[in-house]
Design a binder for this molecule. Sequence first.
Ligand SMILES: NC(=O)c1ccc[n+]([C@@H]2O[C@H](COP(=O)([O-])OP(=O)(O)OC[C@H]3O[C@@H](n4cnc5c(N)ncnc54)[C@H](OP(=O)(O)O)[C@@H]3O)[C@@H](O)[C@H]2O)c1
Length: 255
Amino acid sequence: MIALVTGASSGIGRDIARSLAMHGINVIITARRRDRLAELKKELVEKYGVKVMTIAADLTDERQCFELYKRVKKYNIDILINNAGFGVFGKFSDTDLESELDMLDVNIRAFHILFKLFLRDFKARGCGYILNTASAAGFLPGPYFSSYYASKAYIVRMTQAVAEELRSEHSGVHVSMLCPGPVATEFEEKARVHFAIPAASSPKLAEKAVRGMFGGELMICSDPINKASIYAAKLIPDSLLALGARISQSSRKPY
Ligand SMILES: NC(=O)c1ccc[n+]([C@@H]2O[C@H](COP(=O)([O-])OP(=O)(O)OC[C@H]3O[C@@H](n4cnc5c(N)ncnc54)[C@H](OP(=O)(O)O)[C@@H]3O)[C@@H](O)[C@H]2O)c1
């Protein structure tokens, strides 16, 4: 089997690439930082003896999303880990518009392009796995993190809807979404803000994500509290969720 992992230069994507390699799956790893990809390639080849290809690509650029797809198509990818993403923290009226548009290009546009192109190929073949990295944030309004939370809601709703289409077709293609709360990665540093609550372990989450994906789970969480909070949020009015989220976000300290 062979997997394409986006956002593989650090954090959750890098750990998912490690978990896949540990299960004997060859990987194509992509992100912007070539040095990080080269380091990971060396580690995975030496430790697990799998085949690893690195492709440097900036997913804010739509053309590079299509080029990435074209370059890997010939390898008949079995698994897409659609994971690259980042957050821009701050009051919506104050955050930098260009940074936010870049974020939307990666978190929504690149996610969408890769989801569709690989889904089409997988459906034509009748099998395949797609794991989209969403977030528990996708189930909440997120004051001071508004566009990031909204971008994750897009991934949640897209994944749920496509999963239902596939279910109704009795398809052999499986889609899952990873919905953790805070995870210890470079996310905080890039968003320039600390988490308000303790973060989950990225390697543990990655292994859970890989097992959940192969087990056909639609929503994969980091732990029972993470899962319970997503279900509990469905019982609370949005205005109260927004208030609670604002209070929690206000307690975050700058990075
Ligand atoms: N950490 C959390 O608390 C948490 C919780 C829920 C969901 N998530 C989601 O998990 C995913 C991975 O984030 P992480 O926590 O692992 O953070 P991370 O350590 O910062 O990793 C982000 C990855 O995305 C890549 N990326 C960012 N911008 C990119 C671009 N323009 N083009 C290509 N790749 C790009 C980065 O690679 P380069 O910089 O090398 O390009 C990096 O590999 C994201 O979708 C995030 O929203 C994170």
